[in-house]
Ligand binder design. Structure first.
Ligand SMILES: [Zn+2]
Length: 181
């Protein structure tokens, strides 16, 4: 158990985003592997803001840290998607996803260029964590090393898919707390 460097709430390590300090700035350590003193922060803009104020005394803009963190998490997510696909825990394509059993647990990734009708239909399928509109079908296709685009991918919550699921939840939490303006 660790405490958030923003709100001081205690939680498991894996539920926080880790930051390290580099040249007087907080840098998100998305894989939680960078050496040095780390700070654990809840995946919300409010906690990032409190953490930045406390540790960097007004020298760093919390919105910049938020944007940098979200981008780093998105990049890490695509990396994990690529690795998960190699281990065979992914289901690619609308038709294949529609055939999944409703009790399957995992992450459903829907591309920004998929029609809203298709998205609604796939989301209704099960109790998935949905990551929507963050990537184009071309970006998802590239992560899967496919020649073609991939508009919908399901990643089962096993093995690396478990880690990917946790990153998806943090991204959704960051997005839900997005600063205004
Ligand atoms: Zn917090």
């Amino acid at each position: 158990m660790r405490a958030c460097a923003g709100c001081r709430k205690r939680d498991e390590n894996e539920n926080f985003i880790r930051f390290v300090e580099f040249e007087g700035r907080p840098v998100p350590d998305v894989a939680r592997k960078a050496p040095g003193r780390g700070f654990n922060v809840c995946p919300t803009f409010d906690c990032i803001k409190q953490f930045v104020k406390r540790q960097f005394k007004g020298k760093v803009d919390p919105k910049e840290v938020y944007d940098q963190t979200l981008n780093a998490m998105k990049e890490y997510f695509l990396h994990l998607l690529s690795l998960s696909h190699k281990t065979g825990v992914t289901v690619v394509g609308q038709d294949n996803i529609r055939e999944l059993l409703p009790e399957k647990e995992g992450t459903l990734i829907l591309a920004s260029d998929l029609s809203s009708r298709t998205k609604e239909r796939l989301k209704r399928k099960g109790n998935f964590t949905v990551l929507e509109d963050l990537f184009t079908s071309e970006e998802i296709g590239n992560a899967l090393r496919k020649e073609t685009r991939a508009g919908a991918v399901f990643v089962e919550k096993v093995g690396l898919g478990r880690k990917l699921h946790s990153v998806a939840e943090k991204i959704n939490s960051l997005l839900a707390s997005r600063p205004k303006g």
